[in-house]
Design a protein around this ligand. Structure first.
Ligand code: FES
Length: 158
């Protein structure tokens, strides 16, 4: 049987921020490219600050725990902060917000956390495009293919 950390179990049994949001400023939906599981993420943004985030997921325990942790941690962050640094730094920081909190993730489940980061980038890109910040909206979209290396991590380890 798969060994999951206490944090993963805790967020799986009692996930935070589950549900739809009415009239979100940004919304993203993705199918995990590895397993096909679907996640939706909604953002409430005001004056450049992510005030609220919610999600719905039809994924596994690790995906639900990832989205729970991520939506909690992204609340209160300024969009400027999110995009600080190089592309690699931005993605690494977003992934770390999840994995730093959840503890060890079984190799066969390493493709699950990146889906939350991807759906967040979809949602924030949609929001930025709506407000006419085309440069950062495009950057968020350009970051998405760079997540592919994170999806592949489990392949070599089992
Ligand atoms: S989301 Fe599909 S296995 Fe985790």
């Amino acid at each position: 049987m798969l060994e999951l950390s206490d944090k993963i179990k805790q967020h799986f049994w009692n996930p935070l921020n589950v549900g739809e949001m009415e009239n979100p400023e940004g919304m993203g939906s993705i199918e995990n490219p590895v397993c096909g599981d679907i996640t939706h993420l909604y953002l409430r943004v005001h004056h450049g600050v992510i005030e609220d985030a919610k999600f719905l997921s039809f994924g596994c325990a690790v995906t639900i725990a990832s989205a729970s942790v991520f939506t909690e941690k992204i609340k209160g962050k300024k969009i400027d902060e999110v995009f600080e640094g190089s592309d690699h730094e931005v993605i690494q920081r977003l992934i770390e917000m999840i994995e730093g909190e959840l503890g060890e993730i079984p190799p066969v489940k390493l493709h699950c956390p990146p889906a939350t980061v991807q759906v967040f980038l979809e949602a924030i890109s949609q929001y930025l495009s709506k407000i006419g910040d085309i440069e950062r909206s495009s950057r968020a979209r350009r970051l998405i293919p760079q997540i592919s290396e994170f999806y592949r991590r489990g392949e070599t380890t089992g």
